[in-house]
Ligand binder design. Sequence first.
Ligand SMILES: *Cc1c(COP(=O)(O)O)cnc(C)c1O
Length: 400
Amino acid sequence: MAPELNPFDIANAGEATRLIRGGLHRSPFDETAEAIYPTSGFVYSSAAEAEAAFKGEHQRYIYGRYGNPTVSMFEERLRLLEGAEACRATASGMAAVFAALASFIGCGDRIVSSRALFGSCHVIVDEILPRFGAESVFVDGTDLAAWEQALAGGAKAVFLESPSNPGLEVIDVAAVSEMAHAAGAIVVIDNVFASPVLQKPLELGADVVVYSATKHIDGQGRTLGGAILGTSAFMSEHVDGFLRHTGPSLSPFNAWVLVKGLETLRLRVEASCTTAETLAQRLEGHRAVHTARHPSLSSHPQFDLAKRQMSRGGTILTVDVGSKEQAFVFMDALQLFDISNNVGDSKSLATHPATTTHRRLTEEQRTAASITNGMVRLSIGLEDHEDLWADLDTALSTCC
Ligand SMILES: *Cc1c(COP(=O)(O)O)cnc(C)c1O
């Protein structure tokens, strides 16, 4: 549903203004903050009005599974940030990934995907969609020749994550999109690690962007959420019917948390990024660290590409401290960082991917996705960087 026309041209305003004002739709009570509409249904003044609504003769809210005013505010604000024609919210990031792919993939269709994916994304591409007759092909996302070879057989979809979770592999989105389009594929990108602030995949040539709004968009560990962004045609031809009939709807309360999260998204991501850059540099020189990885480090294998397609390196970094045992000693010695499998939170978090988020992969698949047993993923929050450094430095001295 279109938000009320604001006399100020919000769509063409600066990014900070769009994040605060975009999609705002005040009720007749003229509240300052966005309202929560906790309602499952909507009422009609007559039977004829209900009939007209179901015929699609006039745009209005019909049922909570199809749309809700608070959810619309979140969708519109994120749409304006991404610069997409359309945005659809979902109850979680995985609901967004699944709906974006399953809404147009069918029996006999090929999906070509980068190998280094978030655990559940890998399960969708590798196990769930093939159960419905789709064929999945995995490639090393950083190897353009591998994409070219895999796409030579044609494809219905290309799926990728850049930077990848947790290996931080950076994929050339423009080059892969060009090859994918030549093969007739729709390019779906999981942009969670970069966040909508640091990377604009649609400008690079991707067709569809998916988010776990649970991560930076909420960014305060409160709620799950997700979103799909793309053209209006993609939504009306594929996504709308899929969401309407399968029902992964975002609740109005969670949409409200997320719409307020967007207001501070840029400030939070920029601040965490600054700390992540500082910590990555110090960790790289630490005697207990075998390798430190962050797209801002010149030692990152795709440093030049990351600089070209991302405005900054992001809020997440990894360190390899040698072995699973050393990683556990290091994590258990942390006093400020929490051990948690989430990312993009205001609280700094440490994860051992090989035994948690990526436990389902075989050792071989983990190696191919550059996930080692000694790797610890650090999601950098908003604490003082000197406190975070002191915590890391002390914990590292215990493990090695
Ligand atoms: C967390 C995450 C998801 C899944 O999001 P949920 O909101 O937890 O369902 C998908 N992709 C990436 C890269 C993630 O980090």
